[in-house]
Design a protein around this ligand. Structure first.
Ligand code: ACO
Ligand code: ZN
Length: 439
């Protein structure tokens, strides 16, 4: 260890003067100051190298892609082939940011002077604090373990431990190469691959480009399997039944999990319908995003997971998918709500959608309107309407009851802040029969 440290130490420092034998000659003050600083730097360096390699759980400042230092927590470490205490890479979580920014960093990105003395013994255990319904537990199956309903806190912790480091770094899908955000439980034979190649139509995935090229020559799909239930301009929506297209459903879940953190994976794809949004051209229908929906939901969920693939994000497709999920609920004559928990981006998108839809109605409406009426008109669940209007401070308690206060100027201000409306769903282009009415 020492011998490997030495060159690095010498390279960075000027310790030769400090280590010189015999009494030092008299020196002017400024030089003494410099020597004191050098001694300080020396001991600091020794201290720093003494702490290497850093323990998992260490909190330290790390240089991010914006060139600035941000606090991180070390989640994992791995030895590089060259060896030595400073030849480790660290997988870090930026504590101010979402887990999708977690990444492997080199030692030189870390400011060792900022290492905090206390090392957390366990990586944050979000799972044990996660309140899960029996229904949610039923659906956890990221580790291919059957009978996972019985997962106790320890197994959940193990599960969190298993998923803490991203496994696949990038994927190729159609004409895009996409950096992934989170761990996804691909079958074990894919464990040694950093990059996966997806067929953009059937979503089969492969380890090598040549395999994909061979596959593309024989794959006869040019759009998702299932029924095209909506077409407007170049946009199409396909309904895929997880029971009829099991492999497609599973592939879609593997793909989606790369961008969804606390959502659980559904191997039980039989129970779901997948609504896949595509941009179509003469080469085929290219997946933009999707949402899944349980065939029967006890909790009135009208959407389980929603994803817009990163190259298509911030273009209004998310709001289109959300609007579409409510249009389906309207056709079913039901109110709906998205499954919880919502991600940060999910919450932003839903808040924006709810605000826009509700305030548009309030602006046009003359006379009194109740939350129940708003819910009937929009298929948005009453609780979501109440929380949205409360967060906008549009609900007041007057004479013993809650009333909606809709001052047009305030409504306009909120509408402006809610951002753009997103891509419109043209309901006249939706040709669809609810699942329970399908033969
Ligand atoms: N930064 C700030 N605001 C954002 C961002 C962002 N990166 N992304 C979305 N928003 C907000 C904005 O208010 C945006 O409206 P604006 O562009 O008019 O300002 C609004 O959300 C939605 O924008 P869209 O373009 O309609 O949505 P997008 O196509 O980007 O899709 C989605 C939103 C689906 C949440 C996407 O970010 C995504 O796939 N994220 C990863 C997966 C995920 O978190 N899904 C939700 C999980 S919860 C659940 O599944 C029930
Ligand atoms: Zn294919």
């Amino acid at each position: 260890m020492g011998s490997i440290d030495a060159p690095t130490f010498t390279q960075n420092g000027s310790d030769a003067t400090v280590a010189a034998d015999g009494p030092p000659p008299p020196v002017p003050d400024s030089i003494i100051m410099t020597m004191e600083k050098t001694l300080e730097a020396d001991s600091s360096r020794k201290r720093r190298f003494g702490m290497l390699p850093l323990e998992v759980g260490t909190r330290v400042m790390c240089r991010w892609r914006d060139g600035k230092y941000h606090p991180v927590k070390v989640i994992e470490r791995r030895k590089m082939h060259i060896g030595g205490v400073n030849d480790y890479e660290y997988y870090v979580h930026y504590t101010e940011f979402n887990r999708r920014l977690d990444e492997w960093v080199k030692l030189e990105q870390l400011d060792l002077e900022s290492v905090e003395a206390v090392v957390d013994e366990k990586v944050e255990d979000k799972v044990t604090s996660l309140k899960m319904t029996r229904h949610q537990k039923r659906k956890i199956d990221e580790t291919h373990v059957e009978g996972h309903e019985e997962l106790d806190a320890a197994s959940l912790r193990e599960h969190e431990e298993f998923t803490k480091v991203k496994n696949i770094a990038t994927i190729e899908l159609g004409r895009y190469e996409i950096e992934t955000w989170y761990f996804s439980p691909f079958p074990p034979e894919y464990n040694d691959s950093l990059k996966l190649y997806f067929c953009e139509f059937c979503l089969n995935f492969m380890k090598r480009k040549e395999q994909l090229q061979r596959h593309m020559r024989k794959c006869d799909l040019k759009h998702p399997p299932g029924d095209e239930i909506y077409r407007s301009g170049t946009l199409s929506m396909f309904e895929v039944d997880g029971k009829k297209n099991k492999v497609y459903g599973q592939n879609l879940c593997y793909l989606a999990k790369l961008f969804l953190d606390h959502k659980t994976l559904y191997y039980d794809v039989d129970l779901f319908l997948f609504y896949v949004l595509c941009e179509c051209d003469d080469r085929g229908c290219h997946m933009v995003g999707y949402f899944s929906k349980e065939k029967h939901s006890e909790e009135s969920y009208n959407l389980a997971c929603i994803l817009t693939l990163p190259p298509y994000q911030r273009k209004g497709y998310g709001k289109f998918l959300i609007a579409f999920s409510y249009e389906l609920s309207k056709k079913e004559g039901k109110v709906g709500t998205p499954e919880r928990p919502l991600s940060d981006l999910g919450l932003l998108s839903y808040r924006g959608y709810w605000t826009r839809v509700l305030l548009d109605i309030l602006k046009k409406h003359k006379g009194n309107i109740s939350i129940k009426e708003l819910s009937d008109m929009t298929a948005i669940k009453a609780e979501d309407i109440l929380t949205t209007l409360q967060s906008l401070e549009l609900i007041q308690y007057r004479k013993g009851q809650h009333v909606i206060c809709a001052d047009p100027k305030v409504l306009d201000r909120h509408l402006k802040a809610a951002g753009r409306g997103g891509l419109e769903v043209d309901v006249s282009k939706l040709i669809w029969t609810p699942y329970k009415e399908q033969g």
